[in-house]
Design a protein around this ligand. Structure first.
Ligand SMILES: [Zn+2]
Length: 247
């Protein structure tokens, strides 16, 4: 082989390798580590701030969606995207200390926390595929932006809600906690969307993990009070009772 031909082939091989990580999430067998699934490995996460960190594939799709929405004067603004295990642990444990300090029994404190927050290691925000979004152009801007009623009736986020209903799926984003009276687990969240091409294979892998073991291995405050029955119900309702398009 002459030198020119060798350089050409090497170049092609490198080009092939550089697209492999992308394919591994879509057409090839997906591979995610335990640490990626619980927010302890940021190797596929891009972005530099709390509100913009995202899985690299989700970030590309998000930018495309944002540009499209801008054409009709909607500014898709991230309220929250990737969240690390450590951050979720801090949120959970602060609430656990507060509620048990007020006299609640440990298991009741945990049940109260999971009305609005996930247990560390179980948040879809750990994957970098899930985002909480509002319209930055909405006026007047509410103080507390993540309230379902703001997305309905005469609410300031009706415009973005209608636009997302019409367009989000074509960019790969799906609502997770839908407005379905029969759904259990987390309440309706019209602001929470998930990038399905990555989050669907991630959920398949996540289902293989032993959630109780992880919570105990990671020494989460209060984790000695998790019973098998409690974890089984949490898995069934909070993790799996979501938009069927994401299962
Ligand atoms: Zn969310």
């Amino acid at each position: 082989m002459n030198r020119n031909k060798f350089i050409k082939i090497t170049g092609l091989t490198l080009a092939g390798l550089s697209i492999l990580p992308h394919f591994s999430y879509t057409s090839l067998q997906p591979e995610f580590t335990r640490d990626q699934l619980i927010g302890k490995d940021e190797s596929d996460i891009v972005g530099d701030s709390y509100t913009t960190k995202m899985h690299r594939d989700a970030a590309i799709a998000f930018q495309k969606m944002k540009l499209e929405a801008a054409k009709v004067n909607i500014d898709i603004e991230l309220v929250s995207a990737y969240r690390s295990f450590q951050r979720q642990k801090e949120i959970f444990e602060a609430k656990y200390k507060k509620y048990t300090g007020q006299g609640l029994a440990p298991i009741d404190a945990i049940k109260k926390i999971i009305e609005y927050s996930t247990m560390p290691g179980t948040s879809r925000h750990h994957w970098g595929t899930d985002i909480d979004i509002i319209d930055g152009n909405a006026k007047p801007r509410p103080k507390n932006v993540l309230q379902p009623e703001l997305f309905h009736g005469e609410g300031p986020f009706c415009k973005i809600k209608d636009w997302l209903t019409e367009n989000a799926n074509s960019f790969g984003f799906y609502e997770v906690y839908t407005n379905d009276a029969n759904r259990k687990g987390f309440k309706y969240e019209p602001w929470h969307f998930s990038y399905a091409p990555v989050s669907k294979p991630m959920l398949i892998e996540y289902k293989k993990l032993d959630v109780k073991k992880i919570l105990q291995q990671e020494k989460i405050l209060g984790s000695e009070h998790f019973t098998d029955a409690f974890i089984a119900q949490y898995r069934k309702e909070n993790i799996l009772d979501i938009n069927a398009e994401l299962l």
